[in-house]
Design a protein around this ligand. Structure first.
Ligand SMILES: [Zn+2]
Length: 408
Protein backbone atom coordinates (compact mmCIF):
# COMPACT_ATOMS: atom_id res chain seq x y z
CA UNK A 1 0.00 0.00 0.00
CA UNK A 2 1.55 3.30 -1.08
CA UNK A 3 -0.21 6.35 0.30
CA UNK A 4 -0.77 9.54 -1.70
CA UNK A 5 0.72 11.76 0.98
CA UNK A 6 2.46 11.32 4.29
CA UNK A 7 2.74 14.32 6.63
CA UNK A 8 5.46 13.52 9.14
CA UNK A 9 6.64 14.82 12.47
CA UNK A 10 3.77 17.11 13.35
CA UNK A 11 2.20 17.48 16.76
CA UNK A 12 -1.44 16.51 17.20
CA UNK A 13 -3.34 16.45 20.50
CA UNK A 14 -0.08 16.96 22.40
CA UNK A 15 1.65 13.97 20.79
CA UNK A 16 3.95 13.49 17.83
CA UNK A 17 1.94 11.94 15.01
CA UNK A 18 2.40 11.17 11.33
CA UNK A 19 -0.63 11.46 9.10
CA UNK A 20 -1.19 9.36 6.00
CA UNK A 21 -3.66 10.49 3.35
CA UNK A 22 -5.01 8.33 0.53
CA UNK A 23 -7.84 8.96 -1.94
CA UNK A 24 -8.76 12.14 -0.10
CA UNK A 25 -9.21 10.43 3.24
CA UNK A 26 -7.13 9.88 6.33
CA UNK A 27 -5.58 6.44 5.92
CA UNK A 28 -3.51 6.25 9.11
CA UNK A 29 -2.45 8.42 12.02
CA UNK A 30 0.18 7.68 14.65
CA UNK A 31 3.87 7.87 15.49
CA UNK A 32 6.49 6.55 13.06
CA UNK A 33 4.27 5.44 10.16
CA UNK A 34 6.16 3.63 7.36
CA UNK A 35 7.67 6.06 4.85
CA UNK A 36 5.62 4.61 2.04
CA UNK A 37 3.95 7.46 0.15
CA UNK A 38 4.20 9.21 -3.23
CA UNK A 39 4.80 12.51 -1.40
CA UNK A 40 6.28 13.01 2.04
CA UNK A 41 6.00 16.38 3.74
CA UNK A 42 7.98 16.97 6.91
CA UNK A 43 6.25 19.33 9.35
CA UNK A 44 8.41 18.60 12.39
CA UNK A 45 7.75 21.07 15.19
CA UNK A 46 4.48 22.25 13.72
CA UNK A 47 0.94 21.81 14.96
CA UNK A 48 -1.38 19.57 12.95
CA UNK A 49 -5.10 20.15 13.50
CA UNK A 50 -8.29 19.08 11.78
CA UNK A 51 -9.29 21.63 9.14
CA UNK A 52 -10.85 24.48 11.09
CA UNK A 53 -14.64 24.88 11.06
CA UNK A 54 -15.89 28.46 11.16
CA UNK A 55 -19.47 28.36 12.46
CA UNK A 56 -20.37 31.91 11.39
CA UNK A 57 -19.31 33.33 8.01
CA UNK A 58 -20.98 35.03 5.05
CA UNK A 59 -20.09 33.51 1.71
CA UNK A 60 -23.57 33.41 0.20
CA UNK A 61 -24.56 36.15 -2.23
CA UNK A 62 -25.66 39.54 -0.89
CA UNK A 63 -24.45 42.62 0.93
CA UNK A 64 -21.99 40.86 3.27
CA UNK A 65 -20.60 38.26 0.88
CA UNK A 66 -16.96 37.21 0.58
CA UNK A 67 -15.32 34.46 -1.45
CA UNK A 68 -13.95 31.75 0.90
CA UNK A 69 -11.22 30.06 -1.19
CA UNK A 70 -8.92 33.13 -1.37
CA UNK A 71 -8.93 33.24 2.45
CA UNK A 72 -8.95 29.52 3.25
CA UNK A 73 -5.47 28.74 1.87
CA UNK A 74 -3.73 30.93 4.46
CA UNK A 75 -6.07 30.46 7.42
CA UNK A 76 -6.67 26.71 7.78
CA UNK A 77 -10.46 26.98 7.54
CA UNK A 78 -11.83 24.08 5.51
CA UNK A 79 -15.51 24.38 6.50
CA UNK A 80 -17.27 27.75 6.20
CA UNK A 81 -20.77 27.68 7.68
CA UNK A 82 -22.78 30.36 5.95
CA UNK A 83 -24.87 31.90 8.73
CA UNK A 84 -28.06 33.10 7.13
CA UNK A 85 -26.84 34.96 4.05
CA UNK A 86 -29.54 33.12 2.13
CA UNK A 87 -33.24 32.67 2.77
CA UNK A 88 -35.67 30.54 0.80
CA UNK A 89 -35.81 32.97 -2.15
CA UNK A 90 -32.02 33.26 -2.51
CA UNK A 91 -30.82 29.77 -1.56
CA UNK A 92 -30.05 28.84 -5.17
CA UNK A 93 -27.23 31.41 -5.17
CA UNK A 94 -25.73 29.96 -2.01
CA UNK A 95 -25.98 26.46 -3.43
CA UNK A 96 -23.91 27.61 -6.41
CA UNK A 97 -21.26 29.01 -4.03
CA UNK A 98 -21.27 25.78 -2.04
CA UNK A 99 -20.87 23.69 -5.20
CA UNK A 100 -18.13 25.82 -6.75
CA UNK A 101 -15.99 26.49 -3.66
CA UNK A 102 -13.07 24.21 -2.89
CA UNK A 103 -13.85 24.48 0.81
CA UNK A 104 -17.00 23.01 2.36
CA UNK A 105 -19.96 25.38 2.74
CA UNK A 106 -22.87 24.13 4.87
CA UNK A 107 -25.67 26.62 5.52
CA UNK A 108 -28.00 28.03 8.12
CA UNK A 109 -31.17 29.18 6.35
CA UNK A 110 -32.32 32.69 7.20
CA UNK A 111 -35.90 32.62 8.52
CA UNK A 112 -36.43 35.66 6.30
CA UNK A 113 -36.85 34.39 2.75
CA UNK A 114 -34.92 37.38 1.35
CA UNK A 115 -31.85 36.53 3.48
CA UNK A 116 -29.11 39.14 3.69
CA UNK A 117 -29.53 40.66 0.25
CA UNK A 118 -29.26 44.04 2.00
CA UNK A 119 -27.37 45.30 5.05
CA UNK A 120 -30.27 44.91 7.50
CA UNK A 121 -34.05 44.96 7.90
CA UNK A 122 -34.76 41.47 6.56
CA UNK A 123 -37.30 40.73 9.32
CA UNK A 124 -39.23 44.04 9.20
CA UNK A 125 -41.82 42.50 6.87
CA UNK A 126 -43.22 39.39 8.54
CA UNK A 127 -44.54 38.18 5.20
CA UNK A 128 -40.90 37.23 4.48
CA UNK A 129 -40.71 35.12 7.66
CA UNK A 130 -42.85 32.27 6.40
CA UNK A 131 -42.60 29.15 8.57
CA UNK A 132 -44.14 26.76 6.05
CA UNK A 133 -41.81 28.01 3.30
CA UNK A 134 -38.76 27.59 5.56
CA UNK A 135 -39.82 24.03 6.43
CA UNK A 136 -40.33 23.12 2.76
CA UNK A 137 -36.98 24.68 1.83
CA UNK A 138 -35.10 22.75 4.50
CA UNK A 139 -36.84 19.50 3.56
CA UNK A 140 -35.76 19.96 -0.06
CA UNK A 141 -32.16 20.91 0.83
CA UNK A 142 -31.16 18.66 3.72
CA UNK A 143 -27.71 18.17 2.20
CA UNK A 144 -26.98 21.91 2.43
CA UNK A 145 -29.00 23.27 5.37
CA UNK A 146 -28.07 22.38 8.95
CA UNK A 147 -30.07 24.92 10.92
CA UNK A 148 -31.89 28.24 10.90
CA UNK A 149 -30.51 31.75 11.39
CA UNK A 150 -32.48 34.62 12.88
CA UNK A 151 -31.09 38.09 13.50
CA UNK A 152 -32.79 39.84 16.42
CA UNK A 153 -31.88 43.49 16.89
CA UNK A 154 -33.77 46.77 16.60
CA UNK A 155 -32.85 47.55 13.00
CA UNK A 156 -33.40 44.04 11.69
CA UNK A 157 -36.86 43.39 13.19
CA UNK A 158 -38.39 46.90 13.26
CA UNK A 159 -41.70 46.71 15.12
CA UNK A 160 -41.86 42.92 15.02
CA UNK A 161 -40.14 42.19 18.33
CA UNK A 162 -39.23 38.55 18.81
CA UNK A 163 -41.86 37.22 16.40
CA UNK A 164 -39.18 36.35 13.77
CA UNK A 165 -37.40 34.23 16.41
CA UNK A 166 -40.66 32.47 17.33
CA UNK A 167 -41.12 31.64 13.66
CA UNK A 168 -37.53 30.46 13.30
CA UNK A 169 -37.97 28.19 16.31
CA UNK A 170 -41.26 26.82 14.95
CA UNK A 171 -39.58 25.87 11.65
CA UNK A 172 -36.55 24.47 13.48
CA UNK A 173 -38.79 22.36 15.76
CA UNK A 174 -40.58 20.92 12.75
CA UNK A 175 -37.27 20.03 11.03
CA UNK A 176 -35.27 18.94 14.08
CA UNK A 177 -32.48 21.48 13.54
CA UNK A 178 -30.95 24.15 15.79
CA UNK A 179 -31.47 27.91 15.57
CA UNK A 180 -28.59 30.36 15.62
CA UNK A 181 -29.79 33.71 16.91
CA UNK A 182 -27.80 36.90 16.43
CA UNK A 183 -28.16 39.37 19.29
CA UNK A 184 -27.47 43.09 19.07
CA UNK A 185 -29.13 46.40 19.77
CA UNK A 186 -32.14 46.16 22.08
CA UNK A 187 -35.13 46.10 21.98
CA UNK A 188 -36.16 43.28 21.70
CA UNK A 189 -35.00 42.56 25.26
CA UNK A 190 -32.10 40.14 25.44
CA UNK A 191 -33.65 38.07 28.24
CA UNK A 192 -36.78 37.50 26.17
CA UNK A 193 -34.60 36.10 23.38
CA UNK A 194 -32.49 33.90 25.65
CA UNK A 195 -35.52 32.49 27.49
CA UNK A 196 -36.99 31.13 24.25
CA UNK A 197 -33.91 29.14 23.22
CA UNK A 198 -33.78 25.34 23.45
CA UNK A 199 -30.80 23.10 24.28
CA UNK A 200 -28.53 23.04 21.24
CA UNK A 201 -29.63 26.43 19.95
CA UNK A 202 -26.79 28.90 19.44
CA UNK A 203 -26.34 32.53 20.54
CA UNK A 204 -23.91 34.27 18.23
CA UNK A 205 -22.16 37.56 19.09
CA UNK A 206 -22.27 36.12 22.63
CA UNK A 207 -19.73 38.65 23.97
CA UNK A 208 -20.87 41.43 21.74
CA UNK A 209 -20.55 44.61 23.75
CA UNK A 210 -23.62 45.92 21.93
CA UNK A 211 -25.80 43.47 23.80
CA UNK A 212 -24.08 42.45 27.05
CA UNK A 213 -25.23 38.97 28.04
CA UNK A 214 -24.12 38.79 31.66
CA UNK A 215 -27.32 38.34 33.69
CA UNK A 216 -29.21 35.33 35.06
CA UNK A 217 -30.92 34.65 31.71
CA UNK A 218 -27.63 33.87 29.93
CA UNK A 219 -26.52 31.66 32.81
CA UNK A 220 -29.84 29.79 32.76
CA UNK A 221 -29.63 29.41 28.99
CA UNK A 222 -26.08 28.10 29.20
CA UNK A 223 -27.03 25.66 31.96
CA UNK A 224 -29.83 24.15 29.90
CA UNK A 225 -27.49 23.59 26.94
CA UNK A 226 -27.80 26.72 24.81
CA UNK A 227 -24.43 27.19 23.09
CA UNK A 228 -22.50 30.46 23.13
CA UNK A 229 -20.75 31.35 19.86
CA UNK A 230 -18.25 34.17 19.55
CA UNK A 231 -19.29 35.57 16.12
CA UNK A 232 -16.68 38.35 16.16
CA UNK A 233 -17.78 40.43 13.16
CA UNK A 234 -17.43 44.17 12.82
CA UNK A 235 -19.32 44.93 16.05
CA UNK A 236 -19.97 41.61 17.75
CA UNK A 237 -17.04 41.09 20.10
CA UNK A 238 -15.79 43.01 23.17
CA UNK A 239 -12.89 41.88 25.36
CA UNK A 240 -14.35 43.36 28.57
CA UNK A 241 -17.64 41.48 28.12
CA UNK A 242 -15.82 38.21 27.35
CA UNK A 243 -13.59 38.68 30.42
CA UNK A 244 -16.63 39.29 32.62
CA UNK A 245 -18.27 36.16 31.21
CA UNK A 246 -15.15 34.05 31.81
CA UNK A 247 -14.99 35.38 35.40
CA UNK A 248 -18.62 34.27 35.79
CA UNK A 249 -17.80 30.78 34.45
CA UNK A 250 -19.36 31.32 31.01
CA UNK A 251 -17.21 30.36 28.04
CA UNK A 252 -17.92 30.42 24.30
CA UNK A 253 -18.47 26.86 23.08
CA UNK A 254 -17.46 27.85 19.56
CA UNK A 255 -15.05 30.48 18.24
CA UNK A 256 -16.31 31.89 14.95
CA UNK A 257 -15.33 34.94 12.97
CA UNK A 258 -18.55 36.30 11.43
CA UNK A 259 -16.15 36.96 8.56
CA UNK A 260 -17.81 39.13 5.94
CA UNK A 261 -17.07 41.99 3.56
CA UNK A 262 -16.90 44.53 6.41
CA UNK A 263 -14.87 42.52 8.96
CA UNK A 264 -12.34 40.80 6.66
CA UNK A 265 -9.95 43.76 6.48
CA UNK A 266 -10.12 44.31 10.24
CA UNK A 267 -10.90 43.89 13.03
CA UNK A 268 -11.37 40.15 12.34
CA UNK A 269 -8.90 39.28 9.49
CA UNK A 270 -9.27 35.49 9.87
CA UNK A 271 -10.05 32.63 12.25
CA UNK A 272 -6.50 32.03 13.61
CA UNK A 273 -6.34 35.73 14.57
CA UNK A 274 -9.74 35.40 16.26
CA UNK A 275 -8.51 32.30 18.12
CA UNK A 276 -5.55 34.36 19.40
CA UNK A 277 -8.06 36.72 21.03
CA UNK A 278 -9.24 33.85 23.23
CA UNK A 279 -5.62 32.94 24.01
CA UNK A 280 -5.13 36.61 24.97
CA UNK A 281 -7.72 36.32 27.74
CA UNK A 282 -6.30 33.06 29.11
CA UNK A 283 -8.22 30.27 27.38
CA UNK A 284 -5.71 27.40 26.90
CA UNK A 285 -4.65 26.44 23.35
CA UNK A 286 -6.22 22.93 23.32
CA UNK A 287 -9.59 24.43 24.29
CA UNK A 288 -9.25 27.16 21.68
CA UNK A 289 -8.59 24.51 19.02
CA UNK A 290 -11.58 22.42 20.18
CA UNK A 291 -13.78 25.52 19.91
CA UNK A 292 -12.88 25.78 16.20
CA UNK A 293 -12.94 22.06 15.33
CA UNK A 294 -14.80 19.44 17.38
CA UNK A 295 -17.27 21.88 18.95
CA UNK A 296 -18.64 23.49 15.78
CA UNK A 297 -18.84 20.03 14.17
CA UNK A 298 -20.90 18.79 17.13
CA UNK A 299 -23.09 21.92 17.21
CA UNK A 300 -24.44 21.28 13.69
CA UNK A 301 -23.76 17.56 13.31
CA UNK A 302 -21.15 18.26 10.62
CA UNK A 303 -18.54 15.75 9.50
CA UNK A 304 -14.95 16.70 10.24
CA UNK A 305 -13.53 18.48 13.24
CA UNK A 306 -11.32 15.52 14.10
CA UNK A 307 -8.53 13.49 12.52
CA UNK A 308 -9.64 9.87 12.45
CA UNK A 309 -9.02 7.10 9.96
CA UNK A 310 -11.61 7.05 7.18
CA UNK A 311 -12.73 10.67 7.46
CA UNK A 312 -12.10 13.20 4.66
CA UNK A 313 -8.57 14.58 4.95
CA UNK A 314 -9.34 18.16 5.94
CA UNK A 315 -6.14 19.19 7.69
CA UNK A 316 -4.41 22.40 8.77
CA UNK A 317 -0.73 22.89 9.64
CA UNK A 318 0.30 25.75 11.94
CA UNK A 319 3.45 27.34 13.22
CA UNK A 320 2.84 28.02 16.91
CA UNK A 321 4.95 31.10 17.58
CA UNK A 322 5.49 31.98 21.21
CA UNK A 323 5.59 35.76 20.92
CA UNK A 324 3.58 38.77 22.02
CA UNK A 325 0.80 39.29 19.50
CA UNK A 326 -1.40 42.36 20.12
CA UNK A 327 -5.01 41.79 19.08
CA UNK A 328 -7.95 44.19 18.86
CA UNK A 329 -11.67 43.56 19.43
CA UNK A 330 -14.52 45.25 17.54
CA UNK A 331 -14.50 48.21 19.96
CA UNK A 332 -10.79 49.11 19.77
CA UNK A 333 -9.85 47.37 23.01
CA UNK A 334 -6.44 45.70 22.76
CA UNK A 335 -5.06 42.61 24.53
CA UNK A 336 -1.86 40.66 23.96
CA UNK A 337 -1.89 37.01 23.00
CA UNK A 338 1.16 35.02 24.18
CA UNK A 339 0.95 32.87 21.05
CA UNK A 340 0.48 33.52 17.37
CA UNK A 341 -0.88 30.80 15.10
CA UNK A 342 0.46 31.01 11.55
CA UNK A 343 -1.21 28.68 9.09
CA UNK A 344 1.41 27.00 6.90
CA UNK A 345 -0.72 24.71 4.79
CA UNK A 346 -4.36 23.68 4.44
CA UNK A 347 -5.76 20.53 2.85
CA UNK A 348 -9.36 19.88 1.82
CA UNK A 349 -10.07 16.25 1.04
CA UNK A 350 -6.31 15.67 0.90
CA UNK A 351 -5.75 18.48 -1.66
CA UNK A 352 -3.36 21.26 -0.74
CA UNK A 353 -4.98 24.67 -1.16
CA UNK A 354 -2.79 26.96 -3.24
CA UNK A 355 -2.64 30.78 -3.21
CA UNK A 356 -5.68 32.52 -4.68
CA UNK A 357 -6.19 36.18 -5.44
CA UNK A 358 -9.35 37.65 -3.89
CA UNK A 359 -11.69 39.66 -6.07
CA UNK A 360 -11.98 43.41 -5.44
CA UNK A 361 -14.20 44.57 -2.54
CA UNK A 362 -17.79 45.37 -3.56
CA UNK A 363 -18.42 49.07 -4.34
CA UNK A 364 -20.72 49.48 -1.31
CA UNK A 365 -18.08 48.36 1.19
CA UNK A 366 -16.35 51.31 2.89
CA UNK A 367 -12.58 50.86 3.34
CA UNK A 368 -10.08 53.16 5.01
CA UNK A 369 -6.90 54.23 3.19
CA UNK A 370 -4.90 51.95 5.50
CA UNK A 371 -7.14 49.01 4.58
CA UNK A 372 -6.74 49.76 0.87
CA UNK A 373 -2.96 49.90 1.23
CA UNK A 374 -2.92 46.61 3.16
CA UNK A 375 -5.07 45.02 0.46
CA UNK A 376 -2.71 46.21 -2.27
CA UNK A 377 0.29 44.83 -0.32
CA UNK A 378 -1.40 41.47 0.07
CA UNK A 379 -2.30 41.38 -3.60
CA UNK A 380 1.33 42.04 -4.61
CA UNK A 381 2.46 39.34 -2.20
CA UNK A 382 0.06 36.77 -3.63
CA UNK A 383 1.05 37.68 -7.20
CA UNK A 384 4.69 37.08 -6.20
CA UNK A 385 3.74 33.69 -4.76
CA UNK A 386 1.83 32.78 -7.89
CA UNK A 387 4.81 33.76 -10.03
CA UNK A 388 7.16 31.38 -8.21
CA UNK A 389 7.65 27.88 -9.65
CA UNK A 390 4.78 25.52 -8.96
CA UNK A 391 4.50 24.72 -5.30
CA UNK A 392 4.79 21.06 -4.44
CA UNK A 393 3.61 19.66 -1.14
CA UNK A 394 7.18 18.71 -0.23
CA UNK A 395 8.51 22.21 0.17
CA UNK A 396 5.33 23.84 1.30
CA UNK A 397 6.45 25.22 4.63
CA UNK A 398 9.25 27.19 2.98
CA UNK A 399 7.10 28.16 0.01
CA UNK A 400 4.37 29.78 2.06
CA UNK A 401 5.87 32.73 3.88
CA UNK A 402 3.31 35.49 4.07
CA UNK A 403 2.58 38.77 5.69
CA UNK A 404 -0.95 39.61 6.66
CA UNK A 405 -2.28 43.14 6.49
CA UNK A 406 -2.49 44.19 10.12
CA UNK A 407 -3.71 47.76 9.91
CA UNK A 408 -7.15 48.29 11.41
ZN1 LIG B 1 -23.17 37.29 10.65
Amino acid sequence: MTWDLLITGGEHDGKQADLAIHNGRIAAIGPDLPRDARHITDVTGRLVTPGLIDLHTHVGPGYWSIDPDPIAWYSGVTTWVDAGSAGAYTLAGLRRVSTEATVRVPALLNISAVGLAGRTGECRDLANCDVALAIDTIAANRDLIHGIKVRIDTETVGANGIEPLRRGLAAADACGVPVMVHIGTVPPALDEVLDLLRPGDIVTHCASGIAAPLGPAVRAASERGVLLDLGHGSGGFAFDILEAQLDAGLRPYTISTDLHARSLHGPVFDLPTTMAKLLAVGVPLPEVIAAATTHPAAALGLPGGKLTVGTPADVAIFDVRVEDFPVTDAHRQVRVSPIRLINQATYVGGRLLTPRLPGPPAPWIPLTDAQREALARRERHIRDLLATPLIGVDGLAEQFPRTEPRSS
